[in-house]
Design a protein around this ligand. Structure first.
Ligand code: PA5
Length: 455
């Protein structure tokens, strides 16, 4: 059975064979009943957090009318705006940023012949300098806002929205500003919903059953991605192919999400407490940020859970490479590999060869990168780091859709194997309570008094 474990996942490929020097095939195969049961529990809504399973059938439930509506709204913003600011934090911005960064030209914002508005982000921090500099930049720009918050009450995006809404109204007038703001939020609750109804903004609903970190295929991700000029139909199509490939009746031997969940749980059991998501393409940096939120918030609870970390190689081989090669042996790596780059750059021949690089002349830069990847893989395995690999044929909307759904499904199964609720995040409230108390928010008087005593 495990011989089939290198699966063809409708193009994306998961390889787990490089973990087998560290854990046995039998130990992974032993997860079959539990992983199949976890997959079934997700689909039948019998596991923990079953109120939050709306993401499970999201790709197959998105209809033509919804996609057309999103594209029409995106077209309006694209036509009207030089810059669109996506306001949101955590799951309310990471999926969009991950996709847009992965698919955009690395120097996109410097292009002079732009076909798409520049997408900027706010509400993902409370940096005063960041907000000052953003507002300063926007004084000379025709901009729009997509304000995203499921609860509609999160402080960071609410603060950014207040600042930018005020600025937009001052620059454009209240009437015109209204046409340049879209709100994505709960269907009934929260301050953003109240505001949107009162002001008459175009709105999209985040369903109650879809948590922030599982929302990339909802309007939370799809609208900004469409505004940036990318093909949301291909993204959804890719996700749909993975929904089928990891479906309720797809057993462990053929189910890549179940296998990934099993291997990482077995590695964790054997003391590998940190999983490092590795890429060799700088555009994937925010894919890892999205992944970190997905797995960190889903599994880090009840005093357990793999710590999700990430590195960008080869850049970080010159910083974190030493630790990974020879530090404490409590880590494993999951490498996102891209088979084919989108462009070709060859190393030129140089007569003088003073840099000694003529041995590379004629080779593609990607070939050099691939040998760095292979060399790193061998070195890290030799150094005691188990290695999993997820291979994408190339970087496009379709394969990113597959990747998102694959990680989401695996996360649900993995959380159940670990015995936690992968769909809540009670721990993120602790800092908010203290912050509100310290800022003397009405309703937090008792906490304010208690904290003042401690300080
Ligand atoms: O995954 C989550 O639930 C969180 O990261 C939220 O997405 C984040 O806190 C933002 O919440 P909201 O969309 O309610 O503003």
């Amino acid at each position: 059975m495990i011989n089939q474990i290198i699966q063809d996942m409708n193009n994306i490929k998961l390889s787990i064979d490089k973990a087998f020097g560290f854990i046995s095939k039998e130990s992974v195969a032993a997860y079959q009943p539990a992983a199949d049961a976890a997959n079934k529990a997700l689909h039948q809504g019998t596991g923990k957090g079953s109120d939050f399973l709306g993401w499970l059938n999201l790709p197959s439930s998105i209809d033509e009318a919804h996609l057309s509506d999103l594209e029409a709204t995106a077209a309006i913003l694209r036509k009207q705006c030089e810059v669109v600011v996506v306001i949101g934090i955590g799951g309310s911005y990471l999926g969009a940023k991950a996709t847009i960064d992965a698919l955009s030209n690395s120097f996109d914002w410097l292009q002079t012949d732009r076909k798409n508005p520049v997408i900027l982000y706010a509400g993902q921090n409370i940096g005063e300098d960041y907000l000052y500099e953003l507002q300063h930049l926007l004084t000379t720009k025709k901009f729009g806002i997509i304000s995203i918050s499921k609860s509609g009450t999160t402080t960071e995006p609410a603060l950014a929205f207040r600042l930018l809404k005020t600025q937009l109204e001052e620059q454009q007038g209240k009437e015109a500003a209204r046409e340049l703001i879209v709100a994505v939020t709960d269907k009934a609750r929260g301050a953003l919903r109240t505001l949107a109804v009162q002001e008459g903004y175009k709105t999209y609903v985040i369903e109650d059953t879809i948590g922030g970190r599982y929302s990339v295929l909802s309007p939370v991700g799809l609208l900004p991605i469409a505004v940036a000029g990318f093909d949301i139909r291909q993204l959804v199509r890719g996700a749909l192919s993975m929904e089928l490939a990891c479906g309720e009746d797809v057993g462990f031997t053929n189910n890549p999400a179940a296998q990934y969940a099993a291997v990482r749980n077995e590695l964790y059991k054997q003391g590998k407490k940190t999983e490092i998501l590795v890429n060799f393409h700088p555009k994937l940096h925010y894919i890892a940020e999205w992944w970190k939120q997905l797995y960190g918030e889903s599994e880090g609870k009840d005093n357990k859970g793999i710590f999700p970390a990430a590195v960008d190689f080869t850049t970080d081989l010159h910083s974190m490479g030493q630790w990974i090669q020879e530090g404490e042996r409590t880590i494993f790596e999951t490498v996102i590999s891209i088979q084919e780059s989108n462009y070709t750059v060859r190393v030129p021949e140089d007569k003088a060869n003073l840099d000694g690089l003529n041995f590379l002349a004629g080779k593609r830069v990607d070939e050099v990168n691939k040998m760095a990847e292979l060399g790193t893989l061998i070195a890290h395995i030799d150094g005691g780091v188990p290695n999993l690999q997820i291979e994408l044929p190339t970087l496009n909307e379709y394969y990113l859709g597959q990747l998102f759904y694959f990680f989401e499904k695996a996360c649900g199964i993995s959380g159940y194997l670990l015995g936690v609720n992968p769909f809540d995040q009670p721990g993120v409230e602790a800092y908010k309570k203290n912050m509100f108390a310290l800022l003397e928010k009405p309703g937090f008087e008792k906490e304010t008094e208690e904290l003042k005593k401690r300080l």
